[in-house]
Design a protein around this ligand. Structure first.
Ligand SMILES: Nc1ncnc2c1ncn2[C@@H]1O[C@H](COP(=O)(O)OP(=O)(O)OP(=O)(O)O)[C@@H](O)[C@H]1O
Ligand SMILES: [Mg+2]
Length: 265
């Protein structure tokens, strides 16, 4: 099972990715969660202890490793040719950490200035690593992505089985969802599911459903707005641990069931 979560900033990507990772692990799957977001807080939504979280060094900041694998140190003046197909297959097992329910986490960090398409050594290493994770690994992989998908090169989405696109009830978010959907299909991802998050009530859902249908988006999963998620955040506790049966968490459990069914068929 290879799942990626994308969406506009603040739409709930990290909540969804972290909670799904825990639910898969609780169900007996071997899970490797990947943090590829610039805010790097997947460890928090997985419920990893604060003192362990403090010590995490993302792959993109491991300058020696990047230099060793690509032949060029990030930030150094370009020395000419370097390896654009670095060895990465050993990286997940070397640098992953363990969290509750046995979830494994690899904090990769984000790709800077994706729009420039920079072939900086750190970007090359991260793209190669993501591709390797999707295509080569046997675990259930769940990735918390950057806001958009611009950081992925062509072909790097090949192994992604389902792209979840977190969307909140705003025009900006719907516009970005349309954009991400296009990018995702361009990357070769066949299954894309819109996850409408933070829905306040039926009336709001009706308006948003109408807007989505107008642009040809007829199928989505709905997660309600849930004050328990905010309370968990203020207490510094993962939402799944704070209230495993709050309404947003119940809805993510439902999404987990759908993903499992999808895999079976
Ligand atoms: N269903 C919900 N009900 C209430 N609050 C929510 C819900 N989903 C997410 N939130 C809150 O919205 C905020 C953003 O959630 P989250 O960090 O998961 O989003 P994100 O897309 O990963 O954001 P970023 O782009 O900053 O990484 C958090 O404060 C979270 O507690
Ligand atoms: Mg996030």
């Amino acid at each position: 099972m290879k799942i990626a979560v994308a969406g506009k900033g603040g739409t709930g990507k990290t909540l969804i990715a972290g909670t799904l990772a825990r639910l898969f692990a609780q169900d007996g799957y071997k899970v490797l969660a990947i943090d590829n977001d610039s805010s790097m807080n997947l460890s928090y939504s997985l419920g990893i202890d604060e003192y362990i979280r403090q010590k995490i060094v993302p792959i993109k900041e491991m300058l020696d490793l990047i230099e060793q694998r690509t032949g060029q140190r990030p930030g150094a003046a370009s020395g000419g040719i370097y390896n654009i197909n670095p060895k990465v297959s050993d990286i997940p097992d070397k640098y992953k950490i363990y969290g509750p329910d046995g979830v494994q986490l690899l904090v990769v960090g984000s790709i800077e200035e994706p729009a420039t398409g920079c072939l900086c050594p750190e970007n090359v290493l991260i793209r190669t690593l993501l591709y390797n994770l999707f295509v080569q690994r046997n675990e259930a992989i769940i990735v918390d992505f950057e806001a958009g998908l611009e950081h992925l090169g062509r072909g790097t989405g090949k192994g992604i089985e389902i792209m979840l696109i977190a969307t909140e009830p705003s025009i900006k978010s719907i516009e970005l969802t349309q954009h991400i959907l296009k990018l995702s299909k361009g990357l070769g991802v066949k299954n894309n599911l819109i996850v409408l998050n933070k829905i306040i009530d039926k009336a709001e859902l009706e308006i948003i459903t109408k807007k989505l249908k107008e642009i040809g988006l007829n199928s989505f999963h709905v997660i309600p707005f849930d004050p328990e998620i905010g309370k968990a955040d203020l207490e510094g506790i993962a939402s799944l641990d704070f209230n495993p049966n709050s309404k947003a968490i119940l809805s993510i459990r439902d999404l987990f069931g759908k993903l499992k069914e999808f895999k079976k068929n």
